[in-house]
Ligand binder design. Structure first.
Ligand SMILES: Cc1cc2nc3c(=O)[nH]c(=O)nc-3n(C[C@H](O)[C@H](O)[C@H](O)COP(=O)(O)O)c2cc1C
Length: 195
């Protein structure tokens, strides 16, 4: 039998803490990796606050994870006006579970690079998503995403360049711009920590 030392109590208590009510599941959907990058930052910061954090793609999510974690954060990017259908289906099929835990949602899109479209109240994609899934996460936010034309296939690059031309964004075929306000990401990690 293990001796009842200080170490034993400390480790026992600590594992109770990390696997108890203080752990966070971050579920993401990403096309080119930017939402995943934001999620990594949130994970790093939440771990700094002492949480156990698991990051999982919506394509690899297991039902056990959903039950094991106390708080749920979902992040998804916009592609051609829509969040990933898997995210929409997931939220619609798990409303009761999501409502039973502190949860947060954030959307990543380029419209949010405009100052008048970068809040939950003003970003059209976030508003439409929340209406569609009729879910009220405890916290919502929106982050401006990135452009990296070299990562896109020809047809996507052409279309996004045309949209950027029309909306006064970068059009050079080599342009790579990160519009994310990383200070806002830090603040959001603080919100997730507190929720
Ligand atoms: C093919 C394509 C379509 C996109 N469509 C939209 C759009 O309709 N509205 C928008 O605001 N941003 C749009 N974006 C911008 C993305 O949301 C942005 O690049 C984001 O950073 C992508 O995140 P991800 O790498 O996690 O998928 C699009 C980007 C690409 C490459």
């Amino acid at each position: 039998m293990q001796r009842m030392t200080y170490d034993y109590y400390f480790n026992h208590h600590r594992s109770g803490f990390t696997h108890g009510m203080n752990n966070i599941l971050i579920i993401y959907s990403t096309c080119d990796g930017h939402t995943e990058k934001i999620c990594h930052k949130i994970r790093e910061l939440c771990e700094g606050y002492g949480h156990e954090v698991k990051l999982v793609s919506i394509t690899e999510l297991s039902p056990e994870d959903l039950h094991r974690f106390a708080k749920i954060v979902i992040g998804a990017s916009i592609r051609y006006g829509k969040h990933n259908q898997k995210i929409i289906d997931f939220v619609m099929n798990n409303r009761a579970l999501l409502d039973s835990k502190p949860s947060a949602f954030f959307s990543v899109n380029l419209v949010a690079r405009k100052p008048n479209k970068n809040t939950p109240e003003t970003n059209p994609y976030l508003k439409k998503f929340l209406r569609r899934v009729s879910w009220r996460p405890a916290r919502t936010t929106v982050f401006a995403g990135s452009i990296d034309y070299k990562k896109y296939r020809f047809s996507d690059r052409t279309i996004i360049r045309i949209i950027m031309f029309l909306t006064k964004g970068p059009t050079h075929p080599d342009a790579a711009v990160d519009y994310t306000n990383w200070e806002e990401v830090e603040k959001f990690a603080g919100v997730v920590h507190e929720m």
